[in-house]
Design a protein around this ligand. Sequence first.
Ligand code: CMP
Length: 139
Amino acid sequence: AVTRTFSIIKPDATRRNLTGAVTKKLEEAGLRVVASKRIRMSREQAEGFYAVHKERPFFADLVAFMISGPVVVQVLEGEDAVKRNRDIMGATNPANADEGTIRKEYAESIEANSVHGSDSEENAAIEIAYFFKPDEIVG
Ligand code: CMP
């Protein structure tokens, strides 16, 4: 089925002017950008977005990184969008990412790993609603 997922192009990628390069990989993988905006996340926004990780040792660094520069939040649409996006992103740690994936080509480290993608359709709906109003999404 055609579904939606949520994506973030992270500060390490915007800093290196890779917004277009990352988006091209998403489009080539069969995903369509149906909403997109470049924002600087507030600390509160980043902490809320990553609340599920708040007890993890990397939480403080992760939040600091995500507010260290602009990000591009996007809604992606396509056949089986969550899985399709996770496949083209590659493993969280770029050292484990498959050839041809975004993280293999562009990520700097497990933290500065260029992209975020929802891990389930349920979380995709939550994450999309966290950053977008319904009328900002144009399918
Ligand atoms: P993301 O998909 O955005 O979700 C949580 C993020 O935490 C993850 O990508 C990584 O960028 C970041 N992170 C930093 N350190 C770690 C770690 N040791 N294990 C997992 N994720 C980490």
